[in-house]
Design a protein. Structure first.
Length: 226
């Protein structure tokens, strides 16, 4: 059994409404609806770096929102091999599918830094969504975007070579962070797994891209040439 250490965070500054409003899932909802969501959510649950926030069959079937910190989402195959599915940063949400189905496939979510999360259960959400169908529509749109991202990553794995995958990922990260000087949030071995290549290949291709003057690498900071 994996032990999950957690405690209530004692951060002094926290706005439950702002926390939920930062999530892409809820940011376009009317304030009145976001206030209703606050009433059915739990806030600032603390998870130290390296601990599991969620794992299959732990009975936590609802949505979580990253209030502070970072976490990685991954799955394990029968041989115990880890596949990185994504990274959660402040304001990111995960598990929306569990708000609608108890049979949805569950993944592992592990804190990569000290993390504080806000969450809501499926039962509480189901009661609210019956009164607010706009919330269901927003969740479906968000889930659709994740499907597009997953499909894009699959296409990259199947049709691009390692160097092309790396550049495509860096360009996506640049758009997300709003700058050509991006910070790698994943460890290199996790990023390699996410891109479907080995860590050795990732390091080698980064050096090749730097020699081609397409990027400049300074530890976890990568500047993309304009």
């Amino acid at each position: 059994m994996i032990y999950i250490k957690k405690e209530v965070c004692k951060m002094t500054k926290h706005s439950p409404l702002a926390c939920l409003s930062n999530a892409t899932l809820f940011k376009d909802l009317p304030e009145s609806l976001r206030k209703k969501l606050v009433t059915i959510s739990t806030h600032q649950e603390y998870f130290p770096k390296g601990s599991l926030i969620r794992q299959p069959f732990d009975g936590k079937d609802g949505l979580l929102v990253m209030d502070k910190g970072k976490a990685k989402v991954y799955s394990l195959n029968e041989d115990g091999k880890e596949t990185i599915l994504g990274l959660l940063n402040k304001g990111d949400s995960e598990g929306q599918e569990h708000l609608f189905s108890t049979s949805a496939r569950e993944n592992f979510i592990q804190a990569t830094t000290d993390a504080w999360v806000c969450s809501m259960t499926r039962n509480d959400f189901q009661k609210l969504v019956r009164q607010t169908p706009d919330l269901a529509l927003s969740l479906l749109n968000d889930f659709g975007q994740k499907l597009v991202t997953a499909e894009k990553n699959t296409v990259r794995r199947n049709s691009m070579d390692a160097k092309q995958r790396i550049m495509a990922y860096l360009n996506d990260l640049s758009k997300k962070q709003g700058t050509n000087k991006v910070k790698l949030d994943l460890k290199k071995k996790d990023l390699a797994g996410y891109l479907g290549i080995t860590p050795e290949t990732l390091s080698r291709k980064l050096k090749e891209l730097a020699k081609e003057n397409k990027i400049q690498v300074d530890k976890k900071i990568i500047t993309i040439a304009k």
